[in-house]
Design a protein around this ligand. Sequence first.
Ligand code: PNS
Length: 168
Amino acid sequence: MTQIAIYPGTFDPFTNGHLDVFERASNIFDSVVVVIAENSRKNTLFSVDERREMIEKIICRYPGARVEVLHDGLLADYARQVGAKAIVRGVRQVKDFEYEFQMSLLNRQLNPDVTTVFLMPNVKYTYVASSIIREVAMLGGDVHNFVHPNVLEKLHEKYNVCKGQSNT
Ligand code: PNS
């Protein structure tokens, strides 16, 4: 039986830390579905379609990988719909754990058939977060070590457009 895991997140944008966690999950599960959660509470830099396109380009070479969007509803219900056995979450530092612990127990309550699996990325990504990448890129810093070249290009496009617009 195919073991499916879902890897949910906002991914604004998808970083090399995310990719590291995704690769680790791909080594464990037959199929890993990256699930972009469209969270109306968050103002994102990239639209869902932009994020989807970027992630698809990065993970297409992995067998069993795909990208889906959770437009609304609970992740626990989505896991049930796609027959996922596991929810994968990356944990970089101890401080991540409090929120993750709460979320995993809640998801288990909502769907007892799904188990959250925490994976640690390579230590070089412990301080990499999408929010920091966005800020550094916006301020003209070099983030090429932290994102895939496709994402880097999109960040440059985004911030060049923003700078251009603010000058008009
Ligand atoms: O990358 P993020 O922003 O930390 O990911 C958070 C995410 C998307 C995993 C979480 O907000 C989520 O699962 N959203 C889907 C809606 C849901 O099920 N919420 C209840 C979580 S217990």
